[in-house]
Design a binder for this molecule. Structure first.
Ligand code: C2E
Ligand code: CA
Ligand code: CA
Ligand code: CA
Length: 276
């Protein structure tokens, strides 16, 4: 048992060293990729269930790596946040999304994810949104910023002030990943959100689990009372789409309708409607 313990300790150290090494490599690669602006935005449609119409497209950042496809944002966004790189990267995403949307031959909104880190300097965030809108000429009402509840547990007053300034520009605000953490329905009333996005973990269970159904139905009813619209994320089957519509959600996003697409893919999809 003693030698097994010693072996285990050695193994652990080596794995830790490899972990540190690959993290450093990833950090360095991320820094270089950002320096050379080697990032792209892909877009995933958000669909109105009643009509099948694409009402918005969510911009999702992609880091293409030669011969390896893409590094997942789940991997590089948290790192970019720790490195502070998310501030300029996030500003780039907002501006690029506005430029892209202004050139679309359809008038869908464009949704951009904004990290809580970007809200730590509210003046800088508001300024980058103003610049993006001015440079693109996009109608501010077509820009929607998606934030997660991690933003709301920081500094409530500062955050609220920043959100109000963005709303005053005409920009919409969505609460992302709703239902996964500590955000209560009270947040929907207290902060100036226009939309709530129910996390995809609920979509996965909606066809089989009464509790998930009850939660979605309750969120929809309360959101509507506060004049918010509801999107359910991660819809993969027609059964799930039918079920969430029945429970009161008006919008859906997920692989059933489309995966995130590059610019060309998005144009092709929207030129040939008839998704579900
Ligand atoms: P998110 O904002 O919740 O984005 C939705 C994620 O769910 C996307 O993953 C999307 O590809 C995936 N998804 C959509 N439909 C389905 C479905 O039907 N089934 C399944 N299994 N997945 C689906 P993605 O593109 O890998 O992005 C992961 C996360 O990275 C995003 O989650 C968001 O939190 C973050 N992220 C992406 N781009 C940005 C960005 O520009 N800025 C910031 N701050 N975060 C970003
Ligand atoms: Ca999002
Ligand atoms: Ca989400
Ligand atoms: Ca998420």
């Amino acid at each position: 048992a003693k030698s097994a313990g010693r072996n285990a300790a050695v193994l652990f150290t080596r794995e830790m060293a490899e972990g540190v090494h690959s993290r450093r490599t990833l950090e360095e690669n991320l820094r270089l990729a950002w320096r050379d602006r080697r990032f792209a935005l892909h877009y995933q449609p958000i669909v109105e269930l009643a009509s099948g119409r694409v009402v918005a497209c969510e911009a999702l950042m992609r880091w293409p790596v030669e011969g390896k496809g893409f590094v997942s944002p789940a991997e590089f966004i948290p790192l970019a946040e720790q490195m502070g790189l998310i501030v300029p990267m996030g500003a780039w995403a907002i501006r690029q999304a506005c430029l892209d949307a202004a050139a679309w031959p359809f008038d869908a909104d464009v949704a951009v994810n904004v990290s809580a880190i970007q809200f730590r300097d509210p003046d800088d965030l508001v300024r980058s949104v103003e610049i993006a809108l001015a440079d693109s000429g996009l109608d501010p009402a077509r820009l929607e910023l998606e934030v997660t509840e991690s933003l709301l547990i920081d500094d409530a007053d500062e955050t609220l002030a920043a959100m109000r300034r963005l709303r005053a520009l005409g920009v919409k605000l969505a609460l992302d990943d709703f239902g996964t953490g500590y955000a209560s329905i009270g947040y929907l009333a207290r902060y100036p959100f226009t939309k709530v996005k129910i996390d995809r973990s609920f979509a996965q269970l909606v066809a089989t689990d009464d509790t998930s159904r009850a939660i979605i139905e309750t969120i929809c009813a309360l959101a509507h009372r506060f004049d918010l619209t509801v999107v359910v994320e991660g819809i993969e089957t027609c059964t799930q789409a039918d079920e969430i519509a029945r429970l009161g959600a008006e919008f859906a996003q997920g692989y059933l309708f489309a995966k995130p697409l590059d610019g060309a893919g998005l144009q092709t999809l929207l030129a040939h409607p008839g998704l579900c």
